[in-house]
Design a protein around this ligand. Sequence first.
Ligand SMILES: [Zn+2]
Length: 306
Amino acid sequence: MKRTAGFAVVFVWLSASIVFGAQALSKTGALKTVEILQGEVAEINLSAPGVVAAEGRLGNEKVYFYPGDHGVFAALLGVDLEAKPGAAKILISGTTRSGTPWATQIPLKIKSKAFKSESFSVAQEFDQLSPEVLERIRRERDQFARAFAVSAPQRLWARPFVGPLPKEITSPFGYRRVINGTPRAPHTGVDLKAAMETPVLAVNHGRVVLLGDFFYSGKSVVLDHGGALFTVYFHLSEFKAEEGSEVKTGDVIALSGMTGRVTGPHLHWGARMNGARVDPFQLIEKLGGRAEGAASSATKNEKSEK
Ligand SMILES: [Zn+2]
């Protein structure tokens, strides 16, 4: 860390009640380790007076740092539900007001989370796939990957987040799944109870970057909220937005349904943060939102400014 940039202090709010606060700088000048569970999101505030621009990296993924007041940069960090537990670090580089290159790093401790498992059966047509269907699935996986590869550099979202539907979870995030007797990929979103044609809300401001009808996820919408934060909505019956359109928090983007690989009507809601598949309810818990959709009252999760 260059002296010209002054101290760098990291504050991390992992929940409403736990504050990794002002005393984060150890005696050696290293930043305090951020502890984060698989599938979770942390808000990181990095105090770097004199620094005018900063950018982070976690592995191959970019972590966006946004300048705020008093030399504090804010970032959201997501850790994938299958991230390897153990030590990792966010490498941060930037420039001071005088043009001097500046760098620091935030040590991470990724902790494993105990996800439950469930077994269920799906129709054979979804389980015995023809070469044509396998080719379709591969093509669709690429479409999603391309949508997730480019995000608006600026934050489009603002507090608070809202739930897309009332919070009634029928299949939680991270469940390890056994389908037709075979272990499969974990559940990368949350299934919410939704009768056919229930309005599905945009959980925050963003842009529709993918909209289509896919083999597994049925009619699907992907929203880009900027800064590498995306939310996804699957198994819809009808779209109420168009690809490329801007949406605001609480806008009806679609009606729920049972398209794609499903056993009944519901909404699959998911979130991606810097490439990590995270529990979407983390956005509501960590960023001061409301879990019950637009109609209910807000539970603020405000940080105390230091
Ligand atoms: Zn699901």
